[in-house]
Design a protein around this ligand. Structure first.
Ligand code: PBG
Length: 316
């Protein structure tokens, strides 16, 4: 390394408690690696945080949570942004790159309720909150008697809506609850067999300008190779189908030793059709495994499901 680290680094972040926790985590990790550098947070409100009355799939999806942060980097107001990888569009805009992917937290979905212990305890007609089409499809396929209702807002808002009695239960990512020190809100974990996680769930990524290889090298120690391999394979599957949250799509890789097992599904939002695919092999061959999974999904007419999903969102 020939260049020295800048004296100051600014991390752009959303201002939700989870986003702040994640940015502070990166700040602390960098501070201990580089004690002489001043590392500051730049909190920002994104369109995704402002629009709370419509489901994400209807207002434009993932990009809503990241655009303001990306503009800050392109304008030179921030050096990097910390994101939940799950919220990152599959195509990173021109001029930017995802650099480090941090070690993954629990990738599972969590069942959260004040009155019930698990999904299979819910009575017919019970109102379950989630705005994720993926969670909705997985739930409706197994528990068609449940009444799935939209649930938006940051984690605290969603928990408050549960506590106010609007829902019998809600489904959240376990990772967010654990990071915020709320693991006691998790009544049970929903295993991948029941609700396969979405690409990148539980992982955080750092985004920087793509003309800054020095900064990328300084951030490289934060990259967790196993997580990076898993999430790259997952995101490749998602990307092959447009990578939006307007379709119920799951892609989840588990790495054990040097072996990766990659699973995915694509579904109709009401869960009446779910096609699944799976591939296993060396974890260094993630691109090949995701190509196999994509091919298996295509052979089961994923294109027709995709077309039907997009037609439904266009109508809604
Ligand atoms: N879509 C919002 C979002 N983005 C990241 C997380 C949780 C943390 C993670 O998956 O890394 C959540 C909340 C949720 O899905 O319950």
């Amino acid at each position: 390394m020939t260049t020295s680290l800048p004296k100051k680094l600014i991390i752009a972040t959303r201002e939700s408690r989870l986003a702040m926790w994640q940015a502070q985590h990166v700040q602390a990790r960098l501070q201990s690696l580089y004690p002489d550098c001043v590392i500051e947070l730049l909190g920002m409100t994104t369109r995704g945080d402002q629009i709370l009355d419509r489901t994400l799939s209807k207002v434009g999806g993932k990009g809503l949570f990241v655009k303001e942060l990306e503009t800050a980097m392109l304008d030179g107001r921030a050096d990097m942004a910390v994101h939940s990888l799950k919220d990152m569009p599959m195509d990173v805009p021109e001029g930017l790159q995802l650099t480090a992917v941090l070690e993954r937290e629990d990738p599972r979905d969590a069942f959260v309720s004040n009155d019930f212990a698990a999904l299979n305890q819910l009575p017919a007609g019970a109102v379950v909150g989630t705005s994720s089409l993926r969670r909705q499809a997985a739930l409706m396929a197994q528990f068609p008697h449940l009444n799935i209702k939209p649930l938006r807002g940051n984690l605290d808002t969603r928990l408050r809506k549960l506590d106010q009695g609007e829902y019998a239960a809600i489904i959240l990512a376990a990772a967010g609850l654990k990071r915020l020190g709320l693991p006691q809100r998790i009544r049970s974990y929903i295993e991948p067999e029941e609700s396969l996680p979405s690409a990148g769930q539980g992982a955080m990524a750092i985004e920087i300008a793509d003309n800054n290889p020095e900064l990328a090298a300084w951030l490289a120690p934060l990259n967790d190779l196993t997580t990076a391999q898993a999430v790259h394979a997952e995101r490749a599957v998602s990307k092959a189908f447009g990578g939006s949250c307007q379709i119920p799509l799951a892609a989840h890789a588990v790495i054990d030793g040097a072996q990766m097992r990659l699973r995915a599904f694509i579904a109709l939002p009401d869960g009446t059709k779910i096609v699944r695919a799976e591939a296993s092999g060396p974890s260094s061959q993630g691109a090949e495994l995701s190509a196999q999974v994509v091919k298996q999904l295509q052979q089961q007419d994923a294109a027709a499901i995709l077309a039907q999903c997009l037609a439904e969102t266009a109508q809604a």
